[in-house]
Write a protein that binds this ligand. Sequence first.
Ligand code: HEM
Length: 458
Amino acid sequence: MKLPPGPKTPEIVQLLQWVANPLTLMDDCAKKYGDMFSLWVSGNGKPIVFLSNPQAIKEVFTADYKQFDTGPANQLAKPILGQYSLMLMDGDRHRRERQLLMPPFHGERMKTYGQLIQDITLAVTDEWEIGQKFSVREVMQEISLRVILQAVFGLQEGTRSQQLRQLLSEMLDEISSPFNSVLLFFPVLQKDLGAWSPWGRFLHRQQEISKLLYAEIKERREKPDPSRTDILSLLMSARDENDRPMTDAELHDELRSLLVAGHETTATSLAWALYSIHRVPGVLDKLLQEIDSLGNNPDPAAFAKLPYLTAVCNETLRIYPILFITFGRIVKSPIEITGHLFEPGTQLAACIYLTHRREDIYPEPDKFKPERFLERQFSPYEYFPFGGGNRRCLGIALAPFEMKLVLGTILSRWQLALADKRPVRPIRRGFTLGPSGGVRMVVCDRHHQKSRIVETTV
Ligand code: HEM
């Protein structure tokens, strides 16, 4: 089978480049080979074909769901997600599980989360003092973890929730460091050499997280409440085609993977957004003007409808997509994509980063220009920070809604500035693209005149 062209360097070299410097690798390949090339970076000894041509991406996203498998392409994430994660499933089982999980993430449901998201943002940022410096990513992570735990999982604020937040943050920070990212891509290095070894620490934290999740599952089983509509309740009442309920292990893996998928991504996007808002001249002023137009104490959901704020969030996810590429699509029966025949076993991935930087779609692609989203609409094959087709992100309604509410709430209350004048570089954090140093900011003042939001307690 003839694969699209790609570098001739040994697989290990390509994989190390992919771990250490993924953006340069993709940029170089796009310059040399165009919008379809092969890289040996899957970590499973097979190449991935990178696609950044909207027509090719359309053909992949709109193909029948039985045409591709994704579970085997996501195996590297198994230690983090667990074997029963939705992201490792395929076929009819994957379809059923998605349908089951959909309602709490549906657009309509967002309205009920609005006040909670705003209250959590106020509670977390209320501790800020004038002159205080902080890591934006860490604060955003605290907010997004509370949102997913409370709004989506129905876990009340308390000791268990606090412990889960701490353990999840520590676990993700640990495996996102440059050295430990290598461990994720080289399973042979994943050795438990005791509490002082990186993998040993990772496993220990995973066990602690599991204990807390199993305790929550046990408590819910003992005290079932049919009126609850959160994810755990939905999963517990679900039955498969043989009328079998989910086991504790299945429930646990699904919870853990939704927690991981649902907070780090949003937190990182918020850190990028606050960075660009304060770095690119004019953006903050325009945003404040728009937020002011809402008057005092607007309904939290009103932030989500603001056009410029929406454009800022879209542009953030265009220029710094959290995942470089979508999940792999492994071909199951021969398929032609833009005239190129792919045999079974070939792994295809739509390259979010390269498509979002195409000059022909986004003039001056390296510039942060929210206006481009006000001037024209982009197709779901030109702009797809949440992927597409049957694997499209479940958080596609929640994440932008949360971003807009958190940004609107913070900017209404606080004057912030970047603590460091040097530009922040995008770097790999585990499987995601994050800001180097987490974006350091300083609290300058409160918006005394314009304290538009009255505080409530969470
Ligand atoms: C800004 C935030 C987020 C970004 C940029 C993002 C991005 C993505 C991307 C690119 C994919 C792969 C889609 C594909 O291969 O076509 C994905 C999958 C997924 N995301 Fe998100 N995500 C975000 C937030 C969330 C949130 C808040 C949740 C909620 C729990 C979530 C849950 C998931 C799940 C469950 C999948 C797997 C879907 C499947 O396998 O069928 N994500 N996400």
